[in-house]
Design a protein around this ligand. Structure first.
Ligand code: B12
Length: 212
């Protein structure tokens, strides 16, 4: 089995310790951190998501895989930090109220930080009030919201409406994403940008803010 396949399988198996060992070994062998992330860890986690959908695994197994994925991401983080010269950009990010899913959000955070974007992470289950207070305090250029549940998607609309109501929307780009979120939905709620892939977000930031 190739290194990347082995790492994917180990994420599926939910063995965090072994994911760390294999990730370190792959880095030593010269694999790029970005490749390990995209072609090993994410493939494994997506396979788990698929199995969950088809009821081939249950929540405890999903949690083991989440832990393994997270362990791999932490191992990769220092190797992704090859900061490019980006104009100073600040992003506020969080998973909306009622929603505890954070793998996609953490992945996006990690990818943005790897290109030198300042990311303030509000975590999971972030209330409307917390979003508004943090935007007021931090004055970011971007607010990124993640939702993995159809039941929590409306929170994104509430946040945008409140930002407009408090006259805080000008100069702030709202970006939305997560499993059930689509471009159509993003347009409907008045979000400025929608991406389903963090690597697309990276491309957008490099094209827009890279100074050399
Ligand atoms: C892992 C997981 C969990 C874990 C979460 C652990 C964690 N720390 O995140 C646990 C076990 C806790 C969990 C719980 C639940 N889950 Co769950 N879970 C998943 C699962 C299997 C994988 C999600 C995942 O991490 N994928 C991997 C990452 C990398 O992908 P991602 O999150 O989609 O993010 C990608 C993009 O969407 C994007 N992205 C994400 N956010 C953002 C934000 C921005 C701004 C941008 C630009 C991009 C972006 O970037 C990522 C990389 O490509 C999905 C199945 C699926 N197909 O998605 C179900 C799923 C999301 N869960 C589901 C459900 C129903 C639940 C529960 C209600 C289950 C239950 N009966 O208790 C609870 C709810 C808990 C809560 N209140 O949030 C449903 C949601 C159905 C729906 N449409 O509403 C899904 C789709 C499973 C299913 N098919 O039924 N879950």
């Amino acid at each position: 089995m190739y290194e990347t396949e082995l790492i994917s399988q180990t994420v599926i198996d939910g063995d965090a310790e072994r994911v760390i060992q294999l990730t370190e070994k792959a880095l030593e062998k010269g694999f790029l951190a970005e490749d390990i992330l995209e072609n090993a860890l994410m493939i494994g986690m997506n396979a788990v998501a698929d199995k969950f959908k088809h009821r081939k695994v249950m929540i405890p197994e999903v949690l083991m895989s989440t832990r393994a994925m997270h362990a791999g991401m932490i191992t990769l983080t220092p190797h992704l930090q090859k900061t490019r010269k980006l104009k100073k950009t600040k992003v506020l990010i969080g998973t909306v109220a009622g929603d505890l899913h954070d793998i996609g959000k953490n992945l996006l955070k990690m990818i943005l930080e790897s290109i030198g974007v300042e990311v303030i992470d509000l975590g999971i289950d972030v209330s409307l009030k917390e979003f508004i207070q943090s935007v007021r305090k931090e004055k970011p250029q971007y607010l990124m919201m993640s939702s993995l549940l159809t039941t929590t998607m409306p929170v994104m609309l509430e946040v945008i409406e409140e930002l407009i109501k408090c006259d805080m929307k000008r100069g702030l780009k709202v970006v939305v994403g997560g499993g059930p979120v689509s471009e159509v939905f993003a347009n409907e709620i008045g979000a400025d940008l929608y991406f389903n892939d963090p690597f697309e977000v990276r491309k957008y930031f490099i094209e827009k803010y890279c100074t050399g």
